[in-house]
Design a protein around this ligand. Sequence first.
Ligand code: B12
Ligand code: SF4
Length: 481
Amino acid sequence: MSKVLLIKPRFIGLEFPFITQPLGLMYIGAVLKKDGHEARIHDCAEDHKDFHVLQCILKEWRPDFIGISIIITEVEQTKKIMEMIRKIIPRAPVIFGGPWPSANPEKSIEQLGADFVVMGEGDFVFPELIDAINNGLPTDSIAGTASMVKGHLKLNAGRHLMEDELNHLPFPAWELLDHKLYARMHSSAAVGCRPYMAVITSRGCPYQCAYCHQTMGKVFRKRSSQSVLAEIQELYIKHGFREFEILDDCFNLDRERMMVILNAIRDRFKDIKLHFPNGLRADLLEPQDMELFKQAGTVSVAFAVETANPRLQKMINKNLNIKKADLIIKASAQTGIYSIGFFMIGLPTETYEEASSTVKYAVNSSLHRAIFFRVIPFPGTKLAGIAADTLKNNDDIFDPLCMNYYNNYYNLSAMSDQELRKTFRRAYRKFYFNPKRIISLALHHPKFMVLPYYAFLTMIRALPGMNRQKGFKRSNPARIT
Ligand code: B12
Ligand code: SF4
């Protein structure tokens, strides 16, 4: 039996105040516990400024193994965490997992000092690696891992879990978390009642949006409705949770399964509240579906529209049916579900007119809230390939200014820097500086108390002077196909 510390670094700031429970680590923690190990999760949301809690855990608990779950914004924090680990317990093997290391195993080992990387889904691979190390077995050919072997990076392709395996996984280890932490921080959804819990009912997504990392693979694998309902039931009855965030990439890909789950939730659980902050695919829904979402207790949903322009929809490979999406948004808002839209401004080759048409679409829609993001070409995505010359210096991506959707210095579009800034500010002004929308937003927002904070953020996005950076990095539209 080993002591395994699972760490979640965090990137938290004024523009990124929210966190959700680290489901990946909770799944891994559950499997480790089932195998007889002692597992602990430390979420750095608690001490992200100086890691004082983490330091105590490392000194006092002295884990045998450490696993760190990393997304692209958390690389800087991970570097600091690694320094601390190496000072306090230099011999403990450190294993990285999650979206960023999976796409960057070499950097993880060479630049950040990981001993191993688990690429992709780690539910089975991580325990297998720990057992191999404990039993002195070879570690260099375990499927789904990367490590240095005689000075060379050895990558062993992994595989995604199959549906049957997903159905037989233990439920996430909820008991490893401090629920008070999530109750007091902002969440990705406008969760009203606390505490709440995150749930994932499927993995993978068959779409191929150019800006997405697709870390769970292109094959959609769904848990059975029975397994999903059993998880919700345990959370509802045993643990007393009443509010849930469903974090699937595409919960509604299988409409029949979606209906079975929603009907059962409506019939079995009283006073339940559901949120879909990671977005529903609007053009796969029918307007009447939104009534079922409402009956099942849905309070908020997000729709990732991204652009209202068919040419750009094609370019980013999203191919969303914009008219249908508008219809669904209307149906959603009509049922009283708090409806949020995501939009991207500054896509490669996007003209001022095209960006303005996206703003107009959002303004004319029934959305309660719209979030306009300034496009970031994250390395490893097709979008980064399209805008390759802006990323000549790949290490830029560790700069916090490159992570900020509202204030980064990329301009991949055909707009001048001034036009890009203007469109972005105008989007926020036109959408929000409208008494009708403010009233509808205030009436439908699930957590009225947080509105002043969001109003403040909207003001800084809408008013001139918020773009602090002096120069933009430009992409050469001629290179873009
Ligand atoms: C919840 C979520 C959030 C939350 C919490 C983010 C956080 N810091 O963890 C919020 C809303 C705040 C958020 C914000 C952002 N997110 Co986000 N988010 C998600 C989402 C929807 C679900 C994550 C989840 O719980 N998945 C389910 C669990 C089971 O999967 P998992 O965490 O990947 O874990 C599995 C494996 O990765 C692996 N694993 C994970 N950790 C570890 C650790 C070890 C030791 C091992 C061995 C294995 C392992 O095993 C796990 C079990 O199989 C994912 C999309 C997705 N479907 O995963 C995007 C995703 C993680 N987000 C992403 C991004 C880019 C962002 C943002 C930058 C912008 C955005 N797209 O919204 C911001 C950053 C904000 C910030 N402050 O840092 C990307 C990350 C890409 C990358 N290469 O890093 C993803 C993958 C979306 C995508 N498809 O592009 N996000
Ligand atoms: S639908 Fe979502 S998860 Fe699927 S490829 Fe597009 S952005 Fe990624």
